[in-house]
Design a protein around this ligand. Structure first.
Ligand SMILES: C[S@@+](CC[C@H](N)C(=O)[O-])C[C@H]1O[C@@H](n2cnc3c(N)ncnc32)[C@H](O)[C@@H]1O
Length: 305
C-alpha cells in the first residue's frame, strides 16, 4: 500500500516527459555504451566532477546520518582501511581508480602499504601530490596481466564494476591477482532484486539512468552476486542505499531548475558537451528509482578461498 502511494506521488511520468522535452530519448536509449563511450564520458566529465565533488571523488558519499557532508566521499576508503589494518595488508589494488582520490587518501595514511590503481580513462590530475607508495596505470580491468598473480592482499572497486562488459572476466582476473585468503571489496549501484517486473515507464527510467551514467546496463544485485559466487565466497553484504541518498539528492534542485526550463535547457545542450548535460537525467531519475525500490547500492566483501 505504502509503495502504491509513493508510486502516485513521485512524478515519474512527468519527469520522463521533462526529459523527453529536452533530450532525444530514443537516441540516448539506442546508443551503445562501450569502452570508447566510457573513456569519453569520464575524460570529459573529470573537470565537471572535480568542480562538483571536490577532491576528485567520482562516487557517491556514504552518509550515515541522512545529511550530506563533503567528508562522506572518504567513507569508502575508511571502510577499506579497516580491512587493510585488520589484515595487515601490504599490497592493495583499486580497479577503476578514476582520479585516484581513494588511493591518495589511503596511501598517505598507510605509508607501508603499496597501492596500485588501474583505470581506463583517467590518471590523477596532479601527480605532484601523489604519495610515493601510490602507482597509477592506464588499463582495462578485464585484462590485468601486467600485475603480478597471487600477490595482492586486498583489491577494491568503487562504482566501476557496473561498467564491465564481462563481469565474470573482471572477477576472475581480480581473483588471479589476489593471494589465497585475499579480499575483493565491491561498492556499486544495482537494480534491486524484485519479483514484479518493471512497468514500461520504470523500464525507460532505468535504461535512461544507466545510459546517462555511460553504463550499458546496470544489472540486478542477484545476477552480479551469481558471478561473484563463481570466483569467491561472499563474506559480507551491506545494503547502503539509504546512506547514498543524501548524495543523490544533492543536485536535485539543479536538475529541476534545468528541466523546468526546457527552452533554456535545449539552448544549453547546444554548447555544453552531451556527456556533461546528460548527467542531469540520472540526477533527476535516480532518487525516483530508489523510492520505487528499483535502484539500490551495496557493499560486498568477497574472499578468495
Ligand atoms: C564512477 S568512476 C569511479 C572512480 C573511482 N573508483 C572513485 O571512487 O572515485 C568509474 C571509473 O571506472 C573506470 N572504468 C570503467 N570501465 C573500466 C575498465 N574496463 N577498466 C578500468 N577502469 C574502468 C572509469 O574510467 C572511471 O574512472
Amino acid at each position: 500500500m505504502e509503495q502504491r502511494v509513493a508510486k502516485r506521488s513521485d512524478n515519474l511520468e512527468s519527469s520522463l516527459n521533462q526529459v523527453r522535452n529536452v533530450f532525444d530519448v530514443s537516441n540516448i536509449l539506442e546508443k551503445r555504451q562501450a569502452r570508447p563511450q566510457i573513456i569519453h564520458y569520464y575524460f570529459i566529465n573529470r573537470l565537471t566532477l572535480l568542480f562538483y565533488n571536490s577532491h576528485g571523488f567520482f562516487h557517491y558519499g556514504i552518509s550515515y546520518d541522512g545529511k550530506y557532508k563533503k567528508d562522506d566521499h572518504k567513507e569508502h576508503a575508511r571502510i577499506i582501511e579497516r580491512y587493510i589494518r585488520e589484515r595487515d595488508a601490504k599490497k592493495v589494488m583499486e580497479l577503476g581508480s578514476g582520479l585516484g582520490p581513494n588511493i591518495a587518501f589511503l596511501a598517505r595514511r598507510n605509508p607501508n602499504v603499496v597501492f596500485d590503481g588501474v583505470d581506463l580513462s583517467n590518471k590523477p590530475l596532479n601527480r605532484n601530490t601523489t604519495p610515493p607508495n601510490a602507482f597509477f596505470y592506464f588499463g582495462d580491468f578485464h585484462h590485468l596481466s601486467q600485475f603480478e598473480d597471487d600477490s595482492y592482499d586486498i583489491i577494491y572497486i568503487i562504482e566501476a564494476l557496473c561498467y564491465a562488459t564481462d563481469k565474470s572476466r573482471v572477477l576472475h582476473e581480480a581473483r588471479r591477482k589476489l593471494r589465497t585468503g585475499g579480499l575483493l571489496i565491491v561498492f556499486d549501484g544495482y537494480q534491486r532484486n524484485r519479483v514484479e517486473p518493471l512497468n514500461p515507464s520504470e523500464g525507460v527510467m532505468w535504461r535512461l539512468i544507466s545510459k546517462s551514467l555511460a553504463c550499458e546496463t546496470i544489472e540486478y544485485v542477484q545476477v552480479v552476486e551469481d558471478y561473484m559466487r563463481k570466483e569467491f565466497s561472499i563474506t559480507e553484504v551491506k545494503d547502503l542505499t539509504q546512506c547514498v541518498l543524501p548524495s543523490l539528492f544533492r543536485f536535485k534542485r539543479l536538475a529541476r531548475f534545468y528541466f523546468r526550463r526546457p527552452t533554456l535547457a535545449r539552448a544549453v545542450n547546444t554548447f555544453v558537451p552531451h556527456d556533461v548535460v546528460k548527467n542531469t537525467i540520472h540526477i533527476l531519475l535516480l532518487p525516483i528509482s530508489v523510492e520505487r525500490h528499483v535502484g539500490c547500492y551495496y557493499m560486498h566483501v568477497l574472499q578468495k578461498e
